[in-house]
Design a protein around this ligand. Structure first.
Ligand SMILES: Cc1cc2nc3c(=O)[nH]c(=O)nc-3n(C[C@H](O)[C@H](O)[C@H](O)COP(=O)(O)OP(=O)(O)OC[C@H]3O[C@@H](n4cnc5c(N)ncnc54)[C@H](O)[C@@H]3O)c2cc1C
Length: 481
């Protein structure tokens, strides 16, 4: 490991070890900062943690990355000299719409793949002109400037301008749920277009070798190799601010001084930890009003057979709409059938399970508030019943399984709710309404999915780590002179 620079005499504290926090810690340590990382959990990685049980390496949640080598996770890895590789298998996706199914290659927009899917799903020919004009708009997106016309608009509005077919709409709804964990009525049309354009143009969906936990783990190793300290199981309770500048953080163990504090703990929580009296009142009110993404529930299966050939299966029940599904969960009765996002990491990386054994992870979107826990337990039952219907051998071949309800994800992140992404990439939080990663207290920055990046989930957090690090270096350079 090469050391890019000697100590610069500055102390940096990073709060949280998600992709954003761990990626930031690695870059700061490599750049010569004296780095201390705090993580409230006894394990590192936040939503991308993994655990091992009976020889299986399981992600704590359920992930795939759309861009892999071509995206920001790999760029971040290259920046800090981590040797990271991704695995994949063609065809990558099995799409099930109601009772029709079709396997699709990474480049599903090629004429033969489109013809195959049209033969399977029989979309009405009437949707073709609208769908093509929508696709043309997505293809033309190259820079964030191209998104300006879509800012402040919901993805639902944008889609309805082009296609009004309920099955096509159900597909778009499920895609918004996959990429942004929001219904299309809440999702920003601009961010929806951005995520879709990057996904389609790179067509490189895959899975990191060794599982998602290997990403934060390898970034934290870089931090430690450059002299950084990682303090697991130590929660930051307060960010201390004096005369408009951060001076350090407080945990139960004591006070840790710092020149820079970078928080991966969540935007609103960071403002609360620093004390809203230290921010301009309009900023504090703006931060207080920011809304999170929706949440998810997950079932993890350890199996003695492989029921899937593709890395991802997407199941969308007939008539599916994310907004009415979420409303039914909030209502707590007559819950509508959920869509299912199913990933088998061992399709891509067999080394994650003992020989001949496999992993199947399945999740669906739910409201993040803990008040809905009884209803989300019912959703988990529905997820398991649907899985049994889609894969009839499942119960017989299950060695063990784990159900993760919203209380688990709320406890994992420590934000009080079970949001899956971070702050929502909503139509009222896009463009100039996105929260600034450079917070209006000197030396305080937000990193991770909440601020500073663009894209889908893990890539959003990695993109943030790249941009927030560059921003921070621009800020400290004059001080160092
Ligand atoms: C079920 C599910 C499915 C998903 N599917 C995908 C997918 O397929 N593809 C994809 O790209 N993304 C997916 N995501 C989203 C993705 O995991 C997240 O958007 C991304 O990992 C968030 O990273 P982050 O750096 O913002 O922080 P997080 O992972 O949220 O980490 C924040 C860390 O900060 C710590 N922390 C908080 N407060 C404190 C404190 N006071 N002191 C110390 N530590 C603190 C937390 O414990 C946590 O470890 C999914 C998420 C979930 C839950």
């Amino acid at each position: 490991m090469e050391n890019d620079s000697a100590s610069n005499g500055k102390r940096a504290i990073v709060i949280g070890t998600g992709v954003g926090g761990s990626g930031m810690a690695a870059q700061l340590a490599q750049a010569g900062f004296s780095v201390t990382v705090f993580e409230r959990n006894r394990f590192a990685g936040g939503k991308t943690s993994s655990y091992t049980h009976e020889g299986f390496t399981m992600d704590i949640a359920i992930h795939v990355s759309p861009r892999c080598e071509m995206g920001p996770i790999a760029e971040l890895a290259r920046r800090v000299h981590v040797d990271m590789s991704f695995t994949r298998r063609e065809p990558v996706l099995r799409m099930i719409l109601g009772n029709s199914a079709c396997s699709m290659p990474m480049k599903f927009y090629k004429p033969t793949a489109l013809l195959k899917s049209e033969l399977a799903f029989r979309f009405s020919p009437q949707i073709a002109p609208g769908a093509l004009s929508f696709a043309w708009k997505v293809i033309r997106i190259k820079t964030r400037e191209d998104l300006k016309p879509y800012e402040g608009m919901s993805a639902a509005e944008l889609i309805k301008r082009h296609v009004n077919d309920p099955r096509f709409y159900g597909l778009m709804d499920a895609l918004a749920s996959l990429m942004m964990v929001l219904p299309t009525q809440e999702a920003s049309a601009a961010d929806f277009m951005w995520c879709l354009a990057n996904w389609l143009k790179n067509a490189n969906t895959g899975y990191p070798k060794g599982g998602y936990g290997s990403i934060p783990h390898s970034f934290l190793q870089v931090c430690q190799r450059h002299g950084g300290t990682v303090r697991l199981g130590e929660e930051v309770e307060r960010i201390r601010v004096e005369h408009g500048k951060v001076v350090g953080v407080e945990t139960k163990q004591g006070f840790y001084p710092a020149d820079i504090v970078v928080s991966n703990a969540g935007y609103k929580k960071t403002v609360a930890m620093a004390g809203k009296e230290h921010f301009p009142s309009d900023f504090a009110a703006y931060a207080e009003g920011l809304k999170d993404s929706q949440g998810a529930v997950v079932v993890q299966y350890a199996l003695d057979y492989q029921p899937m050939q593709e890395l991802v299966t997407l199941y969308i029940p007939d008539g599916y709409k994310t907004d009415t599904f979420l409303a039914s969960v909030e209502r707590g009765h007559d819950i509508e059938p959920p869509h299912l996002y199913i990933v088998s990491p061992t399709v891509a990386d067999p080394g994650l399970a003992p020989e001949g054994k496999h992993i199947l992870l399945v999740g669906t979107i739910v409201p993040p508030s803990l008040e809905n826990k009884a209803a989300t337990e019912v959703v988990l039952d529905m997820v398991e019943e649907t899985m049994q219907r889609l894969f009839p051998g499942l119960a017989r071949h299950t060695l063990w399984k784990v159900r993760r309800n919203i209380d688990f994800f709320a406890a994992l992140g420590g934000r009080g709710a079970a949001e899956s992404i971070g702050l929502g990439q909503r139509f009222d939080q896009d463009g100039k309404n996105k929260p600034p990663a450079r917070m209006p207290v000197q030396g305080l920055y937000a990193v991770g999915a909440d601020a500073g990046g663009t894209g889908i989930g893990t890539e959003l957090a990695a993109d943030s780590a790249i941009h927030v690090f560059d921003m921070l270096m621009d800020d400290v350079r004059p001080i160092r002179r």
